[in-house]
Design a protein around this ligand. Sequence first.
Ligand code: SAJ
Length: 431
Amino acid sequence: MTRSPNFFDTEPWVGGVIGLGYVGIPLLVELNKSGLEVVGYDLSRDRIEILNSGSSPVEDVTDDQIKDMLESGAIFTQRTEDLKNVDVIFICVPSPLSRDHEPDLSYIRDAVDTVIEVIRPGMAISLESTSYPGTTEEIVLPALESLGLVLDSDVWVAFSPERVSPGGSLSMSRIPKIVGGVSAESTEVVTAIYRRFIEEVHPVSSSSVAEMAKLLENTYRSINIGLMNEMAQVAHELDIDIWEVIDAAATKPFGFEVFYPGPGVGGHCIPLDPQFLAWSARKADCSARFIDLADQINAEMPVYVADRVIEALDCNGGSLAGTKILGVGIAYKPNISDCRESASVAVLEELERRGAEVFVLDPVVGRASIERIGFKSVQLDDDFSSYSIAVVLTDHDVFDLEQIAAIAPVVFDTRGAYRRSGLTCNNVVTL
Ligand code: SAJ
């Protein structure tokens, strides 16, 4: 035994994070806040330069928090050797899907290769990147054992899913954390590691349980959002206000969690995470019909929204040629600037495909990002007299909905924003 498993309970160990994104940087902040030394590693020179200049490259961490870390000796580096003295490595790299919806583990494999360069007896490794059940056992552990390292004697290995809520108000230390080791002792050791800076840690019997729990959490969201998207279409055909129905159902104090319909599902969690589970199910020759159906319904919402815009404009023949449309909000969810997989983008592209001239109003995302995505950006004080319709796609708090209802002959609200704000404008049609 090179090091007692209890070392991590009380000793001042050094934490290293591989992958300085919206998960890795908040993790460094929490480690540092608990008085532990930290080393942040990333392949991106730009990202390291931004961090070493005292600026934050992610929305949920402030520049001051970066400066505080630097003042307490944090190291942000591209050099693998700077990880040589760390005792714990948290892997927080992207885990995208390939074009054919297969897990793309290239980032995880690269991170494991970096771990291999610096690993020494006495270290613990925690994979936080979302992946299919079995990843930690099949990718991380064998790489370490191939060096002759012995599990639970030389190294401890676990999976602990990230639970960062982009734009959310809860700090990471307040969000319960699941930990599943590739052995019972690894679960115990890595649980003790997280208990140094997370208030509530929930150990489970294996890394696969932890990997699947993460996927279940977001599959649950995808399916319930898909249900609300389908119910919105049914309610429209029955001429019933789905938003009033949901608010009524939400008065039930048990057995009903509120989800809302929308223009589709964006972000890098909900559209992707369920696909890891579907892929594992297919590999095991069993079906995951709920996952596939929800994904289909959610993915079809942009076309449905375009159909409803045509209905709201009463366009004969379904063409939008000659219409000018204002897209209100392009981020994938309110009050953040992230547009990845944004359904708002898909809606606007569909409207353009049907002949509309589309302009985007989104001060949170900003002109440069809007134009980089390929749309024309407008400001609220521009002239909107020639627009046919405004389509509310992302309801940022910053929007003055009354002003928007005043500038467009018709507003199509895909988020129930006007109802939630208590505004009654007779030119607003809701999904
Ligand atoms: N959406 C709906 N209807 C809903 C809820 C969401 O259409 O009722 C849409 C959103 O507009 C967005 C997409 O779904 O386009 C995803 O929204 P989300 O609220 O799930 O936000 P994400 O993608 O940032 O999800 C993350 C997840 N966090 C982690 O995986 C650690 C998710 O589990 C969290 O619940 C969510 O943040 C959160 O609540 O902030």
